[in-house]
Design a protein. Structure first.
Length: 487
């Protein structure tokens, strides 16, 4: 099983920087033990102009069988455990070896030269024998949307007998000028087993997390997302459904918010004032802070924290002693961390804040025991059938004493000339409610889970269409609150 990664360079950016990125010195041939054999890393060429790293995986067929692959079955099936394509064709075995041998490179970590991982560079990847269940057309459909130029030549069953036709294997060459090494490795890690449509190990629920980590930044928008997810998870429907739901939340979380900002910060062209009004996003944060202060909250969850604007505002108020930002998007949390300057924050201030990755569609024991939770401009990004799952995760499982929810008031949209009639404020909004619809939903949630609820307008409260943002403040009822504390 064999794979090569090549790059070219100049005296200013030598190709041998590939050694720093892969954390493997070009002058050394190295070997690494795996559960199914031995992985070797070597450099057939290493110069300023061109450098190639090769990964060679020697598969131990006996170890593969002993670890549980293909136990039982008919005699011919037992023979197939030892006589198969696993030692020669790229598969999940090679993907796991990539992750084990180049783990730091996949994460984009390079302590010696921190600037290198983010650099796009010319890359050429060659895989001589790749199982492709779906043919060369599927190989192109998977890799080309990611920025690769793809050459996938079918391997004939026997070169001496062309009439026999082609095998299910292709000789793959990928080339790109616009990707980083980390991105390239993550693409291979996911798509090699997808093309083979098989894995050499049992697929459990933690494979969903592996898929989302490796697919961050590209899988949520890939046109073959469903096929990739299904095959990577060995067609286990429950896991595939879970992954697809989380990918949808990632897509929404990473959506461009420029349209929202344009609406939020819009100035009425007919307004007879020279002063720019306070942006609606700022008014929302101020209203949320007021509600939390009135509730006496000290430990606060920001659910769907995005890029950390509200977390940043909460940190400025000493009364909030513990602030936890939760988001499904690792990318959004990374941006939030930079916004907050967590790496430079003093120890005392840093002890007040945490950023954690998680989906609001699932219950999470980490979210229990807090004074308050905020869902600011979150619910409208979910499909309506998914709202009950979020409702139970927040109000039924986490059960903070106070929950603050804000969402657009669709009735106010007519007041924005820049918003076409019949359009929602953002392309990713699945719905926008009237005041009556929001109050009906909030009242039903409060009744089901033992909360009282009040409503607060955010922004100018138009006498005809109401405020641009509507806010509900849920407070855990007295008897129910005592029961929750006792539990």
């Amino acid at each position: 099983m064999f794979l090569t990664i090549s790059t070219t360079g100049t005296p200013e950016r030598p190709a041998t920087d590939l050694g720093f990125l892969l954390h493997k010195h070009p002058d050394n041939a190295q070997a690494f033990s795996t559960s199914y054999g031995k992985a070797h890393v070597l450099y057939p060429e290493a110069g300023v102009d061109r450098c190639t790293a090769a990964l060679l995986l020697e598969v131990d067929a006996v170890a593969l069988v002993r670890r549980g692959k293909g136990r039982g079955g008919a005699p011919d099936a037992a023979l197939a455990q030892y006589v198969n394509d696993r030692p020669y064709a790229a598969s999940s075995l090679l993907a796991v070896a990539l992750s084990a041998v180049f783990s730091s490179a996949m994460r984009g970590v390079c302590a010696a030269k921190p600037e290198l991982p983010a650099q796009q560079r010319p890359l050429r990847i060659e895989v001589p024998a790749l199982p492709a269940r779906g043919g060369a057309g599927l190989v192109r459909a998977l890799f080309e949307p990611l920025g690769w130029t793809v050459s996938a030549e079918p391997v004939p069953l026997d070169a001496e007998f062309p009439q026999w036709g082609d095998s299910r294997y292709v000789s793959l060459v990928l080339e790109s000028e616009s990707l980083t090494v980390a991105e390239a490795l993550r693409h291979l890690y996911v798509l090699l087993p997808v093309l083979d449509d098989a894995k050499h190990y049992w697929v459990s629920s933690d494979e969903v997390d592996k898929l989302l980590r490796a697919g961050e930044g590209w899988l949520s928008d890939h046109p073959e997302q469903k096929l990739i997810t299904s095959r990577y998870l060995s067609r286990r429907w429950s896991l595939t459904r879970q992954a697809m739901e989380r990918l949808e939340l990632v897509r929404l979380a990473e959506a461009d918010d420029s349209a929202v900002e344009e609406i939020d910060n819009a100035v009425d062209a007919e307004a007879e004032t020279e002063e720019r009004p306070t942006p609606l996003a700022v008014l929302r944060r101020e209203a949320i802070l007021t509600a939390l202060t009135q509730a006496g909250a000290a430990r606060v969850l920001d659910l769907g924290c995005g890029q950390g604007q509200l977390v940043q505002a909460l940190l400025k108020e000493p009364r909030f002693t513990e602030i936890v930002g939760v988001d499904v998007s690792v990318r959004a949390l990374t941006i939030a961390s930079r916004r907050l300057k967590l790496d430079r924050m003093g120890e005392r201030q840093a002890s007040r804040v945490r950023l954690v990755q998680g989906s609001l569609a699932y219950t999470d024991a980490r979210l229990k025991g807090y004074d308050a939770a905020v869902l600011s401009e979150v619910i409208e990004h979910l499909d309506l059938p998914r709202l009950p799952a979020l409702e139970y995760a927040v109000f039924g499982s986490a059960r903070p004493r106070t929950v603050v929810v804000t969402t657009p008031n669709v009735e106010y949209n007519v007041r924005w000339e820049s918003l076409p009639a019949g359009h929602v404020r953002h392309g990713d909004h699945r719905f926008e409610w009237t005041r009556e619809e929001f109050r009906g939903w909030a009242a039903a949630v409060a009744e089901r889970h033992g909360y009282d609820v009040g409503f607060v307008p955010v922004g100018p409260d138009d006498p005809e269409v109401g405020p641009p943002t509507q806010m509900a403040v849920f407070t855990l009822g007295g008897a129910t609150e005592k029961e929750a504390k006792a539990a």
